[in-house]
Write a protein that binds this ligand. Structure first.
Ligand code: IFM
Length: 448
């Protein structure tokens, strides 16, 4: 059972890391400034009909100009960690060729501001904004992109790897492959599930190549990857539903975990996939299977599987978020315990919860946002995290998604995940009640 009054500061160790997360395209704006190149999300969001409200990343939260204020907000929240991504086209306009010093300067300024507040930086190299220059050469369907990514990773690590706490290669490669190439809801908007399979392989290959390149450097940053994961639960006890749930877990979670930890794709997934255009070179799996220092887990919901009625939805006893996602905290606990059970013997490293959060239809009234639903969400998911820790899972950090409301991909600005409310007309930020709750809870954990 999950209840929103069971979580206590004493449940967390003193060195637990409390953070907030964002990504470059969703907050930075300044799309045409200081030599930034175009990304696939610029092209996609400027295509009529791709984003629900027609929103683009041109201005977003204007974080590029307001980063100092945003870091001050983080300091006021009392977080000790900030997860953000580097926009590849900001530091290398085309994804190959010349580096853009003005782009690197922005991230240097941001890191300086974080240092001044003693907030540890956790960077992600790829949070979906591929340079359009590489897309024009085939994007992630093109094997060569993985090699360009490794060059970019090495350059970022060489410049920043001594002053950031961690570097993740990818954020949610499942989404890049399946939403970008499978159903086309995300950039670049390709609808071809067989291509999506090959893209997922190139993403994993790029992860492995980047890990090799970064490992060769004398840097202190921990290196890893961030995966979005869920439990897959059968709607009934029937064998068919159980098999279907196992297949769903295999093609989503194990599809990325097994190559990294076991050096091969899960057989259960391969058995049911169209492999006619799936090309894996001899040495690829060895390149992908690199030791990682941390695993980033993003958790939002469970998968619910019914063979009789594939459209059937779970009962959602705790309700739905504004994304229509079931609130299901026990999925986080079960997922984490399952990861430990399956991957511990293959070198599962400490886990960071790199994303967890919810969109709700927040209303700003007289400068206040009473988002008790988000506070309850946070409390229940932290409780699930504690239960997983008590079951022996080594979880060292929690990052709420997101620091502030931002560009929610194909939902544009219609979905608000933030602890801070953003009034896009004025770009003013307001602490929601959940921000005050998170601040007080973090403080209590430090004092407990
Ligand atoms: O906003 C996204 C984020 O970019 C990746 N993970 C899920 C979030 C909510 O949809």
């Amino acid at each position: 059972m999950f209840s929103n009054d069971l979580i206590k500061p004493t449940h967390f160790p003193k060195d637990f890391s409390w953070g907030v997360a964002t990504s470059a395209f969703q907050i930075e704006g300044a799309a045409n400034e200081d030599g930034r190149g175009t990304s696939i999300w610029d092209s996609f969001s400027h295509t009529v009909g791709k984003v629900m409200d027609g929103g683009t990343g041109d201005i977003a939260c204007d974080h590029y100009h307001r980063y100092a204020e945003d870091v001050a907000h983080m300091a006021a929240l009392g977080v000790d960690a900030y997860r953000f991504s580097i926009a590849w086209p900001r530091v290398q306009a085309l994804g190959y060729g010349a580096w853009n010093e003005a782009g690197f300067d922005f991230y240097t300024r941001l890191l300086d501001a974080l240092d001044a507040h003693k907030i540890a930086a956790h960077i992600t190299l790829y949070h979906w904004d591929l340079p359009q220059g590489l897309q024009d050469q085939g994007g992630w369907l093109q094997r060569e992109t993985a090699y360009h990514f490794a060059i970019y990773a090495e350059e970022v690590a060489r410049r920043f790897g001594h002053r950031v706490a961690s570097i993740a290669t990818h954020n949610e490669p499942w989404c890049t492959a399946n939403l970008g190439y499978g159903n086309g809801q995300f950039a670049p908007g390709v609808v071809d599930t067989v291509a999506a399979l090959q893209v997922s392989h190139h993403l994993l290959l790029s992860h492995g190549l980047a890990m090799q390149a970064m490992r060769a450097l004398p840097i202190s940053a921990k290196l890893g990857i961030v995966l979005n994961q869920w439990t897959a639960e059968p709607a009934s006890a029937s064998q068919a539903d159980q098999d279907e749930a196992a297949w769903e877990y295999a093609r989503s979670v194990q599809w990325f975990m097994d190559p990294i930890f076991k050096g091969h794709y899960p057989k259960r997934a391969l058995d049911r996939m169209d492999l006619t255009r799936f090309v894996v070179h001899d040495n690829d799996m060895g390149i992908i299977q690199q030791k990682i220092d941390f695993l980033g887990v993003n958790y939002y919901f469970r998968a619910f599987v019914s063979t009789e009625n594939p459209a059937r939805k779970p009962e959602a006893a705790l309700g739905l978020t504004d994304m229509g996602w079931e609130i299901y905290p026990q999925g986080l606990r079960d997922l984490l315990i399952g990861l430990k059970r399956e991957y511990d013997e293959f070198g599962l490293p400490p886990i960071y919860i790199t994303e967890n959060g919810a969109a709700f239809p927040d209303q700003l009234v007289a400068g206040l946002v009473h988002d008790s639903d988000r506070i309850a969400y946070l409390q229940m998911h932290l409780q699930a995290l504690v239960q997983a820790r008590e079951a022996g899972v080594d979880i060292q950090a929690y990052f709420y998604w997101s620091l502030m409301d931002n560009f929610e991909w194909n939902s544009g600005y219609l979905r608000r995940f933030g602890l801070l409310y953003v009034d896009y007309a004025t770009q003013k930020r307001y602490f929601k009640d959940s921000a005050f709750w998170y601040r007080d809870f973090i403080l209590a954990c430090k004092e407990a």
